[in-house]
Ligand binder design. Structure first.
Ligand code: SF4
Ligand code: SF4
Length: 145
């Protein structure tokens, strides 16, 4: 019968000549599996504005904001911190506008702000941001004499 100490010593000596099993993350990264569910991505090209995605989202993580339905001007507001990464919206979109990225998955942040993402044309996103900023600014009370 081998003494346990002998086995331990052999492991120690062997480990001196082996490459470490750990990875140098984040400096070296393995590609993520193809089906990994990372951040939600939206392709507006074929979007009809049906809002099925936002109605079906169990965690209220997406909102499709319509600027001009005829001109197909929509903005998608996505809350990555509410998302459960269930991919229900991806499966339910009949026009293949949504997918979950397998490259954008390092989503940790020190504040909540980066978790709210706006997809759409820059000028349309700006309209929504301006509206939201206006809604948050307290309006002056009318002066009565
Ligand atoms: S379900 Fe698809 S087509 Fe409908 S609003 Fe969402 S992204 Fe657009
Ligand atoms: S992946 Fe699930 S939780 Fe996230 S936005 Fe889509 S339906 Fe909502």
């Amino acid at each position: 019968m081998k003494l346990p100490i002998a086995g331990m010593l052999r492991d120690v000596v062997e480990s001196l000549f082996k490459r470490p099993m750990t990875e140098k993350y984040p400096f070296e990264k393995h590609p993520a599996p193809e089906r990994l569910r990372g951040e939600l991505m939206w392709n507006p090209e074929k979007c009809t504005g049906c809002c099925l995605c936002s109605k079906d989202c169990p965690s209220n993580a997406i909102e499709l904001i319509t600027i001009d339905k005829k001109a197909k001007r929509f903005v998608m507001e996505y809350h990555a911190d509410r998302c459960t990464y269930c991919a229900q919206c991806v499966q339910n979109c009949r026009f293949d506008c949504l997918n979950m990225s397998n490259t954008q998955w390092e989503l940790a942040a020190l504040s909540r702000k980066p978790f709210t993402v706006y997809y759409g044309k820059d000028e349309d996103v700006q309209i929504i941001l301006d509206k939201q900023a206006g809604a948050k600014t307290p309006q002056p009370k009318p002066v009565t004499t």
